[in-house]
Write a protein that binds this ligand. Structure first.
Ligand SMILES: [Zn+2]
Length: 265
């Protein structure tokens, strides 16, 4: 089975979510981990997870959505959502984003640190975002001892050196569709051990693409797994099994819950 470690399909109408999950499952993608980006969307995600067996959630505030300081009350909301819903299995999406249009960096740092601390308190794996912010991102992860929980650098597009630093921290690199268009990323994937790789699609509605069939969905993990197999010189089966085992390891403290839902349908 393939697990999509990072999607935002909570943004779709609910009947479409069912169809997306069915299309995913028809190619072996049996579980998705949805990520909230604000308190509200985290709550929507949690709500959806209660109605769809193979839909799990992350709660978190995305760095692009931090317009105000993340308050203690906000942190309490995140903490209570995560601790009172068994299908919340990661803290996601958190991190740093240094685009020119991104929110104030001081606010981002503070929110990132606070959310890492919630994750540690609840023993929740973190799924983190870093755009043009890798140096600071790695520094915060170290300073906050984020490596005390499992973690995934989501939508990895960095260099071999970046990948090594992620792996040195004990974290995983998450490979998505950029593997088809970024030559340097294909090189990185061919040079790191399969022991540190997981996969995702970061799926969300893409109205800017005219053809609905081209919108990225969890079902697109199948070709990503095949591409990784080609780059690693391994069989598709071996890659699928190893990537599954890696994801299971990340989720080990919540795996009994995952199993309960994936075996009941
Ligand atoms: Zn995302």
């Amino acid at each position: 089975m393939i697990i999509d470690t990072h999607v935002h399909i909570h943004s779709y109408p609910e009947d479409e979510i069912d169809e997306i999950l069915q299309r995913a499952s028809s190619v072996g993608v049996g579980l998705v981990i949805d990520a909230g980006t604000t308190l509200e969307t985290s709550s929507v995600s949690v709500e959806l997870s209660s109605r769809h067996d193979r839909f799990f959630s992350g709660v978190g505030v995305h760095p692009m959505d931090i317009e105000d300081p993340l308050s203690s009350a906000d942190c309490d909301v995140l903490q209570s959502m995560a601790s009172s819903n068994e299908k919340v299995i990661v803290m996601s999406e958190i991190g740093l984003d240094y685009l020119e249009s991104s929110p104030d960096r001081a606010l981002q740092f503070d929110a990132f640190r606070r959310q890492i601390s919630i994750a540690k308190e609840l023993s929740l794996p973190i799924v983190f975002h870093s755009r043009e912010a890798h140096e600071d991102c790695f520094r915060v992860l170290l300073e906050e001892k984020a490596y005390e929980v499992p973690g995934v650098m989501h939508y990895f597009q960095g260099t071999l050196d970046d990948a090594k630093r992620v792996i040195d921290l004990g974290f995983y690199v998450s490979i998505a569709r950029p593997i088809f268009r970024l030559g340097h990323l294909a090189d990185v994937v061919s040079q790191i051990s399969l022991d540190h790789i997981v996969v995702e699609t970061d799926s969300s509605p893409q109205p800017f693409k005219n053809n609905r069939n081209n919108w990225t969905e969890p079902r697109h993990l199948r070709p990503i797994i095949e591409k990784i197999a080609e780059l690693q010189g391994k069989s598709v089966n071996e890659v699928e099994e190893k990537v599954f085992a890696n994801t299971k390891k990340i989720l080990s403290k919540r795996w009994d819950i995952v199993e309960k839902y994936i075996s009941c349908d």
